[in-house]
Write a protein that binds this ligand. Structure first.
Ligand code: FAD
Length: 389
């Protein structure tokens, strides 16, 4: 990358990559920013898809766009998923554009772990398309100055005309703080930290939550040790299999929410949980004997308002995730209704600032959604910024 030092500029077309200096603090030394047209933040399915299409639509890798990712290797959130999540029990992995999962990863062993197979796939993909991924680089803050975005990181800083944010949800788990949460002397962990059930043998594990992760981990842990399951609401088990039509209907509902400026909700909250053979088996065995949510955590267990007390060694919070967007806070994108109002063909474009796209967000928070979103975001952003004309 060419490095030029100059005073802060007026907004300009910058197909030539360069370096500029901005003093972001009166007293500090000027910070050097590499100039590109577009910064993609995150290299999971959503970021890779966006990068593929930016390149395909003529934006030069490295000079015109870069992808920043805070992990040290390929795989996005998949590299951290628990060991028992294999290709047989994932919901389904959609191919990235241009290279099929089957061509990149040997799947003869169906027991291959998702946290091995997906990183292999993404690594092969990044290599095949020579995508300009810079890692590990954590974006700490994005702010606007003189019509450009200043992308602050723990390493190199960037100045860009457009942003495609694809930071997923894995880094921001929901961890509700019930009264007494900080007094508990046992182990508390979130789905995000869970690796396998072996660590809990001989312990009484309290599973919290009513989503897919809670049910799956309850099934797994209850095979090796004593479990109790609590949730605020009972899950809705539905006698259907997850069809493409149902998927489309639930995506449409989330799409409408974000277009209205509401925070996105999860697909499960829209569809309920399908009664899979694994769930049927758990219903029969009595493992799915749900108790209502407790009211207080004590040093040795949990207590309900009616005085009922339960001794537990482990509290496993399967309480979901929220989109990882803190670094965009300085841009003030939150709508009065609490979410970020979205527009564009697939609701990837931030209505308040069309130079910003969020992919893998709301209706596109799945491997198939992330793929399509990457294409729509790349195309719409290139058009809006009038790049390559
Ligand atoms: P991620 O894969 O999370 O990628 C985001 C990347 O951005 C990561 O590498 C992250 O480290 C990086 N990043 C985050 N913040 C920053 C920052 N500030 N600076 C730099 N980099 C940053 N979907 C399916 O389609 N099929 C499934 O079977 C399925 N199973 C799932 C199971 C679980 C337990 C969960 C939680 C989700 C599952 N999903 C599934 C949804 C899944 O999250 C998406 O499908 C998809 O893989 C997410 O891709 P992504 O690119 O949006 O996010």
């Amino acid at each position: 990358m060419e490095e030029i030092k100059h005073a802060p500029q007026r907004p300009s077309r910058s197909n030539t990559n360069s370096m500029e200096s901005h003093s972001t603090n009166e007293k500090s030394q000027p910070t050097l920013f590499y100039k590109v047209d577009i910064v993609v933040i995150g290299a999971g399915q959503a970021g890779l898809s966006a990068a593929y299409y930016l390149k395909r639509y003529g934006i030069e890798p490295g000079k015109g766009f870069v992808v920043l990712d805070d992990e040290s290797g390929a795989g996005g959130a998949w590299q951290h998923r628990w060991d028992s999540l294999t290709l047989t029990n994932v919901n389904g992995i959609n191919d990235l554009p241009g290279l099929s999962f089957a061509d990149a990863v040997d799947q003869t062993d169906k027991a291959i772990r998702a946290n091995v197979a997906l990183p292999q796939y993404y690594a092969a993909y990044e290599k095949q398309y020579k995508l300009p991924i810079i890692r590990p680089v954590k974006v700490t803050k994005v702010e606007e100055k003189n019509g450009r975005f200043l992308v602050h990181t723990n390493a190199v800083q960037f100045s860009a005309r457009g942003i495609i944010n694809a930071t997923g949800t894995w880094k921001t788990p929901n961890l509700p703080k019930y009264p007494g949460w900080d007094t508990f002397q046992g182990i508390q962990l979130h789905t995000q930290q869970y690796k396998n059930a072996a660590a809990f043998v001989g312990k009484h594990v309290l599973i919290v939550g009513a989503g897919i992760s809670a049910i799956q981990l309850l099934g797994e842990i209850s095979k090796v040790t004593q479990t109790t399951w609590v949730s605020r609401r009972p899950p809705e088990f539905k006698a259907y299999s997850f069809t493409a039509e149902l998927g489309r209907a639930s995506v449409a509902m989330v799409d409408q929410r974000v277009r209205d400026g509401l925070p996105p909700n999860s697909v499960v909250s829209v569809t309920g949980l399908p009664r899979t053979p694994a769930i049927e088996e758990m219903l029969k065995s009595g493992v799915l004997a749900r108790q209502p949510m407790f009211d207080e955590i004590t040093p040795t267990g949990v207590r309900w308002a009616n005085g009922h007390y339960l001794d537990v060694d482990v509290i496993l919070w399967n309480t979901g995730f929220q989109h990882t967007l803190d670094h965009l806070a300085p841009l003030g994108l939150i709508h009065a209704k609490g979410g970020i109002q979205m527009s564009g063909r697939l609701a990837t474009q931030v209505a308040a600032d069309p130079r910003i796209h969020l992919t893998g967000y709301g209706p596109s928070a799945s491997t198939i959604g992330a793929n399509r979103a990457g294409r729509a975001a790349a195309k719409e952003l290139i058009d809006f910024l009038k790049l390559g004309q």
